[in-house]
Design a protein around this ligand. Structure first.
Ligand code: ATP
Ligand code: MG
Length: 390
């Protein structure tokens, strides 16, 4: 009689007025896409909730929930038993749901919480809660009711059908991917930049990534690590493009022709310029970096001023005011941390000056840069960039 369905809740989309439909439709489309290869599913929207019905016998509900936890725009999910709105059926399924719960957890106390959206149903919510509660007590003498601090709550929602569940699993929050435009992430193999990309993606922005690779100084394994980071991010971002840009020649030229203490800042400006060209080719509206004020010499406010002036696109730095351990916590939550800490070399650690300028001046930077054949070097890097679809 009862059927397992995944109930998907969203929050922030409620605040949208005129274009709420657009957000809901996009969320439904993204859910379908994420569950696509799991089997035959039907995704429907009713009364500001989304229901995922699985039609295959062997549909992997646990895996589906794991994936939905990473879909931006979803506030929480529950695996629910859906039954016809008929009182005897509701009571019988409440017993079934509780039997399943106490077979898995050492629960001793509970309460029932009912929401009745279907006002034509003859009993009101408190009556249903009290009566179903009594019925559960009768069937499970080991349980007792505790309305203040129960081990579990049995939720009953009486609508066109009735839904019973006890677990509310928190999900990604944010806004559906694809509702916020596109941005281009400068992705190194470090801890910070994947987190920065994730934070912007959370707001519904499609994120592509650019990685500057300096073979033979940076190894194939460093490149693979960045691809792996993109794969992990893709579970949240619904796929992304990664551009791997050869950077050795540019770094060598800067190293040979510019003062040591300006190496990092000039290198960073080149990264920005190339990323901006890639962004513009893709209709991307901003660059993203993982910088935070004061984290290292190249992340002072003066340095960032000089870096920004290399480009006209806005540069988003969502970690700007965060402490390292706050970033680490997010990296662990999103699953990038373990890959980020793998020890492969980063191109920024090559040719680094012992004393990089912490307060670079724009005037001097432009003057030092003027000896470089910028146009030719950037054109060549762009030409040799590799595109990987993740
Ligand atoms: P991360 O952990 O993201 O590497 P970081 O604290 O090591 O950051 P830096 O090495 O100073 O900081 O880099 C600052 C930012 O510049 C990075 O967050 C990233 O956005 C960008 N960046 C640095 N190296 C690269 C690279 N090889 N390819 C692409 N972007 C890079
Ligand atoms: Mg780094």
């Amino acid at each position: 009689m009862s059927e397992k369905v995944i109930l998907v809740r969203y929050e922030e989309i409620f605040l949208k007025r005129s274009n709420r439909n657009m957000f809901e439709n996009r969320l439904i489309r993204n859910i379908r896409q994420r569950l696509d290869n799991l089997g035959d599913v039907r995704v429907t929207c009713s009364q500001s909730r989304i229901y995922v019905e699985c039609r295959d016998e062997d549909f992997d509900l646990t895996e589906a929930v794991e994936r939905l936890k990473k879909v931006f725009g979803i506030a929480s999910v529950s695996i629910v038993s859906r039954v016809p709105t008929d009182y005897e059926t509701i009571k019988a399924s409440a017993v079934g749901v509780v039997a399943d719960l106490i077979s898995r957890y050492e629960y001793k106390s509970f309460k029932v919480e009912t929401k009745r959206a279907d006002k034509s149903f003859p009993m009101n919510s408190p009556q249903i809660s009290a009566d179903v509660g009594a019925h559960i007590l009768k069937n499970f003498p080991s349980l007792k009711v505790d309305v203040k601090n129960p081990d579990f709550i049995l939720y009953i929602e009486v609508r066109e059908s009735t839904y019973l569940y006890s677990e509310i699993i928190p999900a990604a929050k944010g806004l559906p991917t694809g509702t916020g435009g596109r941005a281009t992430l400068l992705l190194s193999g470090g801890i910070d930049s994947p987190v920065a990309g994730w934070m912007i993606a959370k707001r519904g922005v499609e994120v592509d990534a650019v990685y500057f690779h300096s073979p033979p100084y940076t190894s194939e394994r460093a490149r693979e690590k960045v691809i792996r980071l993109c794969e992990i991010l893709s579970e949240w971002t619904m796929g992304m493009r990664l551009y791997v840009v050869p950077f050795t020649e540019i770094q060598m030229a800067i190293h040979q022709k510019c003062p040591q203490e300006y190496l990092t800042i000039i290198m960073r400006r080149y990264m920005m310029k190339i990323a901006e060209q890639i962004a513009q080719n893709d209709g991307s509206l901003a660059l993203i970096t993982g910088e935070a004020i004061g984290q290292v010499a190249s992340q002072t406010m003066e340095s960032m001023l000089v870096t920004n002036s290399a480009v006209t696109l806005p540069v988003y730095r969502p970690l700007i005011g965060m402490d390292k351990n706050e970033v680490v916590n997010i990296a662990k939550h999103i699953g990038t941390y373990d890959t980020s800490i793998l020890p492969y070399e980063d191109c920024c650690t090559l040719f680094v000056a012992r004393h990089p300028a912490t307060r670079p001046s724009l005037e001097k930077t432009l003057d030092f840069e003027s000896v470089l054949d910028e146009e030719q070097m950037i054109a060549k890097a762009m030409e040799q960039a590799e595109t990987i679809i993740i």
